[in-house]
Design a protein around this ligand. Structure first.
Ligand SMILES: O=c1ccn([C@@H]2O[C@H](COP(=O)(O)OP(=O)(O)O[C@H]3O[C@H](CO)[C@@H](O)[C@H](O)[C@H]3O)[C@@H](O)[C@H]2O)c(=O)[nH]1
Ligand SMILES: [Mn+2]
Length: 854
């Protein structure tokens, strides 16, 4: 902060290429001529330093900041502004308190030193193209490293709506810029000129800024017909002429004959001492002010404002002595021999059809040539004849665009390929080129409007005189005036024969962000009418009873026993046996799974019949039964006689459902082998069924196993009597065992039951009661010999205790197993899959445990 306050105030400009050198020089002179008290600084990139910029007090080298995403530059057709971001280096110049930045294409009518008194950190004037934006040709700024880094970050990301500094800075200082008067940055446009406003505010103009690609030094002084734009261009030329114009050359100077002489050229190294033109320049520093001006209309007009400019006269003498350096004169060597390649280059650049590619290849050729020429001479030289030849070959039709391209190409190629010698010589060629155009113009003007001093030279055919300046607001056009259209610009286009392929820009500009297509609002759906019923089942729809697995994921599993006791068909997946899978239940389940979609009455899904044919059609169950039986028989035939024929009784199968549920079980191959003896397993105990289980199993076994010899038929079986008999046998057996005689015991046990030996359980197992085996644990845990009572109680617990609750199947003779209606595998079984006979590995029964423990 302190440093900034101590710092100096400077006007600063920017020079990225020598193309803008004439502009930068004229700007500096215009400020000095107007009597500014401030110092002048210029930011230059290292590859664009020209000795001429010494007009400025401070020459500040900065690094070039290029836009790596220059696509937006093509939006305004200014790809040449690829390095405009370099401008943000201004904010880095914290050695200065305040900077009034001015583009190199600006001319000051008066020195606007008052801008340094602005308290704002950033001020700028509106842009003519979009007046809400500011133009970045004139800016009053306070250097700040913070701002610099912020701007640099934007530049590195290519954040700029036009790809150049103006887009970037407007985005950054969007709402914080202090708007200053347009008179500080009057931007004439060839396309738009507000003539009445110009006339009205003419006298208050502070600075003029030649925006766009047509810079005064590129466009020459032709066709200045008297509009406001031409006024301003003329004033630019006036400053230029004041400091650089070669005075009063005879017209033959540039006449294309071999006898003509060009001015002597001074080398850069000797320009301070040997400047043959310096004398002439100092003699007539301001030719427009001292000598008779060339009788052109534009010059006449130009002269008037200049002569009324008080400061310009006072500063003329000093600026002449200290700053007048004609770039043309200071860049060339007096006795030059010309490398052929250089001539070739100059010839090529004067041809309108020459492409950039060609220039570059010429230059590389030239580079090679130069490295073989006399290296002791600091500058490749060329003689006057050669220059003269070049001048003869200079084409009037060469467009400024061409020169633009040339300069860019030269600078870029030079920075990479060329030696310093080459650079200097090429620079001199640039100046030569620019200056020759100016001189040609002057010569023509002179030839047209003044009597030729040397009568032996025929004057060139007179050009049509420019229209006299008349004020259309007040006067009719002069009667002797030429047709207006005579001064319309005539552009000559040449068909391109450039063989270089078109190289598209890396990226085309993205479409505007604020464009969008508004999607039409959705129309309200027409009221849905249920179509008329056609088929009888549409009106007479059966109720759904089946529940689908994927609808039930949110339902907590119902205990299996509950499902079992309900006697209803089970859902395909174990976890969802709804205790009451009635219509209401399945409906509520369905609602649980899709609560967010209230269905209309006509929704086919809500009214879909959810009955399962497996549950409803008896033929299906019969068919499946038959399959299961068939398979059981088959597995028995495979030597698995000892295995239980089925883990599920017929009734259980019926109650558990058959559908896909059975397919969820592991096949026999997949199942782990059980640590059990191949004795019949009393599954019903595991399933907790008790009496009904065992009875049902008995029934199933009857069906599935071959009838055992000696077993009474069903009709002969009196369970009560048999129980009594069993109890007696057990006690007899016990007595036998206790007596030491077990010879026949095994047979008896084998058919009638088994004695449970009394032996101590492993340590820690005493008193442990499994809830699963709760009903039987008393017998197991008891170390005492089993008494007939307890044995019978055990049986009772199986058969009798729950006898009243569920009627055993064998007491229901009405239940008949029907013969299968179909043959062959069922649709619900996977290929190669056998019918599962276990649901899960059953825990060992008491008997099995005994076997394991012995
Ligand atoms: O090849 C070049 C190009 C630019 N410059 C410098 O950069 C400035 C900006 O370029 P210019 O041609 O003057 O741009 P304008 O035609 O004025 O276009 C507008 O857009 C530019 C890019 O945003 C801004 O820099 C200008 O201030 C703004 O007026 C010039 O004045 C020079 O100082 C060079 O030295 N060499
Ligand atoms: Mn500009």
């Amino acid at each position: 902060m302190a440093a900034q306050q101590e710092g100096e105030d400077v006007y600063a400009s920017l020079l990225l290429t020598d193309t803008y050198l004439p502009g930068a020089l004229v700007l500096a002179h215009s400020l000095r001529d107007a009597g500014t008290t401030k110092k002048l600084a210029i930011l230059v990139t290292l590859d664009s330093v020209s000795p001429e910029v010494a007009v400025y007090d401070y020459i500040i080298p900065v690094s070039r900041i290029q836009n790596e995403r220059p696509a937006n530059l093509y939006l305004m057709n200014r790809p040449d502004l690829h390095s405009a971001f370099t401008k943000i280096n201004l904010w880095k110049q914290t050695q200065f308190r305040k900077i009034v930045y001015l583009d190199a294409d600006i001319i000051a009518y008066r020195a606007p030193d008052e801008l340094f008194d602005l308290p704002h950190a950033f001020s700028a004037a509106p842009d003519i193209g979009w007046p809400d934006l500011f133009n970045t040709g004139v800016m009053v700024l306070t250097p700040s490293l913070g701002e610099y880094y912020a701007l640099k970050a934007m530049a590195e990301r290519g954040i700029s709506f036009d790809g150049a500094d103006q887009g970037l800075l407007n985005m950054h200082f969007k709402n914080t810029f202090n708007r200053i008067s347009f008179t500080y940055n009057v931007t004439p446009s060839a396309h738009y000129q507000y003539v009445p406003a110009y006339r009205h505010f003419q006298s208050s103009i502070n600075m003029v800024h030649f925006i766009g690609p047509d810079k005064p030094w590129l466009q020459g002084r032709d066709n200045l017909t008297g509009g406001p734009f031409d006024d301003m261009t003329g004033r630019w030329w006036a400053v230029y002429d004041r400091h650089y114009r070669v005075q009063h050359r005879p017209p033959r100077l540039l006449n294309r004959s071999k006898q003509q002489k060009l001015p002597n050229w001074s080398s850069i190294s000797s320009r301070e001492n040997i400047n043959p033109r310096a004398n002439m320049s100092s003699l007539s520093a301001d030719p427009l002010a001292t000598g008779p001006p060339p009788p052109t209309v534009s010059n006449t007009k130009l002269h008037q404002p200049l002569s009324s400019d008080k400061t310009s006269n006072t500063s003329t003498s000093t600026s002449t002595s200290t700053h007048t350096k004609n770039p043309l004169f200071t860049m060339s060597h007096p006795d030059m021999t010309t490398p052929v390649a250089m001539i070739r280059l100059l010839l090529s650049i004067t041809l309108p059809r020459t492409s950039t590619m060609k220039i570059m290849s010429t230059m590389s050729t030239m580079n090679t040539t130069m490295s073989h020429t006399n290296t002791t001479s600091p500058i490749p030289t060329m003689g006057n004849n050669m220059i003269h030849n070049m001048a003869n070959n200079m084409s009037h039709t060469m467009s400024h665009t061409m020169s633009h391209t040339m300069n860019h190409t030269m600078n870029h190629t030079m920075s990479h390929n060329m030696t310093i010698t080459t650079i200097l010589s090429l620079r001199s060629l640039q100046f030569l080129f620019t200056h020759l155009r100016i001189q040609e113009y002057e010569h023509e003007q002179w030839a047209t409007h003044s009597a030729p001093p040397h009568t032996e030279h025929k004057p060139e055919p007179p050009r049509p005189a420019p229209a006299p300046s008349w004020d259309a607001q007040w006067h009719p056009p002069p009667t002797d005036s030429q047709p207006e259209a005579i001064h319309l610009p005539q552009t000559h286009y040449v068909m391109s024969s450039d063989p270089a392929p078109f190289v598209p820009p890396e990226r085309y500009p993205s479409p505007p962000k604020d464009m969008w297509y508004e999607v039409p609002k959705e129309r309200p759906a027409p009221p849905h009418e249920k179509p008329k019923a056609i088929f009888p089942w549409e009106t007479n729809r059966p109720q759904a009873s089946r529940v689908f697995a994927q609808q039930e994921e949110s339902v907590s599993p119902v205990p299996e026993s509950a499902a079992e006791s309900s006697g209803e068909p089970k859902a395909p997946i174990d976890a969802q046996p709804p205790a009451e899978p009635s219509m209401t239940e399945s409906t509520s389940v369905g609602q649980k799974s899709e609560p967010q979609t209230p269905t209309t009455p006509s929704d086919p899904w809500s009214s879909f019949t959810r009955t399962n044919a497996w549950d409803e059609v008896p033929q299906i169950s019969r068919y499946v039964d038959a399959i299961q039986k068939h398979r059981r028989t088959r597995s028995q035939g495979l030597g698995l006689v000892g295995l239980p024929a089925t883990g599920l009784s017929k009734a259980q199968e019926a109650s558990w459902g058959r559908g896909s549920r059975v397919t969820d079980f592991p096949s026999e191959e997949d199942r782990p082998s059980l640590p059990v003896t191949p004795a019949p397993i009393r599954r019903p105990r595991f399933w907790g069924g008790g009496a009904p289980g065992i009875s049902l199993e008995g029934e199933g076994d009857d069906e599935q196993l071959p009838a055992a010899s000696g077993v009474p038929t069903q009709s002969d079986w009196d369970p009560i009597a048999q129980l009594q008999k069993l109890a007696t046998q057990q006690s007899d057996l016990l007595l036998q065992k206790l007596g030491g005689s077990g010879d026949t015991g095994e047979d008896v046990i084998g058919t009638q039951g088994r004695h449970i030996p009394s032996r101590p359980l492993p340590f820690g197992s005493e008193g442990v009661k499994s809830p699963t085996y709760g009903a039987r644990s008393s017998a197991v845990l008891s170390p005492k010999p089993i008494k007939p009572d307890s044995s019978s109680s055990s049986v009772r617990s199986i058969v009798g205790d729950e006898h009243d609750q569920v009627t055993p199947a064998y007491e229901r003779p009405t239940i008949m197993v029907q013969p299968p209606s179909y043959q062959g595998p069922g649709a619900s079984f996977e290929k190669g899959e056998d019918i599962p006979t276990y649901e899960t590995p059953a825990p060992p029964t008491e008997e099995e445990q005994d076997v394991l423990e012995t």
